[in-house]
Design a protein. Structure first.
Length: 534
């Protein structure tokens, strides 16, 4: 039947010490035994409330243990995980619930008002579960703790499948998020393939249980990015399935000092960050406070999704000289495209990656790009790959293409293949902006700008920014007689979209930003913004 995450949890949880910590969140510690009973009970309770295999469980909360516990309950009940960006406006959240056909929603009480606002338009959601710190929940919802306590905590007696699905919602070229559909078995095989390169791995559930019994819980990880995003979620899931400990931060926004306080107190072996957006604040805090934190426990820092510069890596290694830095080149629909490893004393060029073993580079005519040719190529990664995008056959056909009899995932990343076979990343073929780990697609922001009466036309670009990685920047042409009111335009966009999509700056175009055929001229828009904001 293939690997299933619910089966893996059952196998591992049953043989490890029940008092070992599964989750640490501030002063809260949840033991493996407590997490096991709570997730088994919740899975059974969701089934009792009408959930059937394949139904979607959407999770709408900031990072906290209940996020991963809801994920685990969903696996055990054969439900499909749907991540929800808690920074979205209510209308954007409604889109995710509606597009995913969510049957169950687990949300935090801080988002109760947003849920109440959109709930009448979501008849497909049958079960609402609220995570509340004061015990009070909406009259249409049930308490997370009540479902977690409902039953004897024993494993479910159901047969699961490796074809059970796991969704990761990510941005699409139209600006609307798309649900990337992964089968449990395929995600697991990617992990096992990497482990097999280092030695034998358990190939059956029985062998996995025996392995867990012999070596015990496997390490502690502190994922700094939100669990609603793939980087934090996938690494947290991996440790959860080994019976290790996931340490989560309490702050509503990333705080480098909070992270370092947790490293000093709880001694994780692995940190998970998102490039310079997280690495720079951590490095600055360490430089500004010499000797304040003991970071000697950190053996590895893992990053994915945003550029991680050589300078920041070198600085971090001065404080953690024994650590290995793993810079992964991946996306939600293409895991394992490349990797860059760095240790103290090494120099690794920024945005340069060793090509993954499933990765190939093709030109625009689907011909392989030869190393050292200097020909820009588009990166493709072979199976195992996602099933496709949920309810989007057109985008599935564009992204997942068969070349030479092999089905590849081709999300749109371009590179140069160096003579030694490594990849130097050039960027996405589309104009996607990555700001502090969040993907922003220009078209969505452009449309919001153009609904303001003073704006005739608009393009949006990402400009390099030390804090954000890329700063969302609007370039507008004004309606006849209108003057630029940058603050008013930003407020207008903020009312329609999540805050991180709001342009940091808006300028009036000093040149044409449309080509003669009416298509967007992004290079011209970028040049206009750079000239005025330099």
């Amino acid at each position: 039947m293939g690997w299933n995450f619910g089966d893996i949890l059952d196998a591992v949880e049953g043989v490890l010490p029940q008092d070992s910590p599964a989750f640490i969140h501030g002063d809260r510690t949840i033991s493996l035994g407590e997490a096991r009973q709570a997730t088994n009970n919740m899975a059974r309770a969701l089934i009792a409330r009408g959930a059937v295999p394949g139904d979607k469980i959407a999770i709408y909360m900031r990072t906290r243990p209940e996020y991963l516990m809801a994920v685990a309950a969903g696996w055990k009940a054969r439900l499909t995980h749907v991540n929800v960006n808690y920074r979205y406006t209510p209308e954007e959240v409604w889109y995710i619930f509606d597009n995913s056909d969510a049957q169950t929603v687990v949300y935090a009480s801080e988002f109760r008002d947003a849920v109440a606002q959109i709930r009448p338009r979501l008849p497909g959601v049958k079960t609402w579960v609220e995570v509340s710190s004061d015990g009070k929940v909406a009259d249409f919802a049930e308490r997370f703790e009540d479902l977690a306590a409902e039953g004897n905590g024993g494993p479910l007696d159901i047969q699961r499948s490796g074809d059970d699905q796991f969704f990761i919602y990510t941005g699409g070229t139209t600006g609307m998020p798309k649900g990337v559909m992964w089968a449990h078995n395929d995600l697991r095989e990617i992990t096992l393939a990497a482990a097999r390169r280092m030695g034998p791995v358990p190939e059956t559930l029985e062998a996995l249980a025996e392995h867990a019994r012999n070596i015990g819980p496997q390490g502690r990880v502190l994922p700094a990015p939100p669990l609603m995003h793939g980087t934090g979620l996938l690494t947290g899931m991996g440790v959860m399935m080994t019976g290790g400990t996931v340490i989560t931060l309490e702050g509503a926004a990333f705080d480098a000092e909070e992270l370092l306080d947790n490293v000093d107190r709880h001694k994780p072996q692995m940190l998970v960050i998102v490039g310079d957006s997280f690495g720079k604040p951590i490095l600055n805090a360490l430089n500004d406070n010499p000797g304040r934190w003991d970071v000697s426990s950190v053996a590895m820092i893992v990053s994915s999704g945003v550029m991680w510069s050589q300078e920041v890596k070198q600085g971090l290694l001065e404080h953690m000289p024994a650590a290995i830095l793993s810079d992964a080149f991946s996306s939600s629909e293409a895991l394992g495209m490349g990797q860059s490893m760095m240790a103290k004393g090494m120099e690794v060029q920024t945005a340069k990656f060793a090509i993954g073993e499933r990765c190939r580079v093709f030109d625009e005519d689907d011909n392989p790009v030869e190393p050292g040719s200097g020909v820009p190529g588009i990166i493709a990664i072979g199976p195992p790959n996602p099933v496709g995008y949920y309810k989007d056959e057109e985008k599935t056909a564009r992204t997942f293409r068969t070349i030479g009899g092999v089905r590849y995932s081709i999300p749109g990343d371009w590179c140069i293949v160096e003579p030694d076979g490594t990849l130097t990343l050039l960027g996405r073929g589309n104009a996607c902006i990555n700001t502090a780990g969040e993907k922003v697609f220009p078209e969505e922001v452009e449309e919001a700008l153009k609904t303001h009466p003073s704006v005739e036309d608009a393009l949006v670009v990402g400009l390099p920014d030390e804090k954000w990685g890329q700063a969302v920047t609007g370039v507008v042409t004004l309606s006849a007689g209108a003057d630029l009111d940058e603050a008013a335009l930003r407020t207008h966009v903020r009312a329609a979209l999540a805050g991180y999509k709001t342009p940091k700056r808006i300028v009036v175009a000093d040149r044409d930003i449309r080509a003669a055929n009416g298509k967007a001229d992004y290079p011209a828009a970028r040049a206009s913004a750079e000239a005025q904001l330099a």
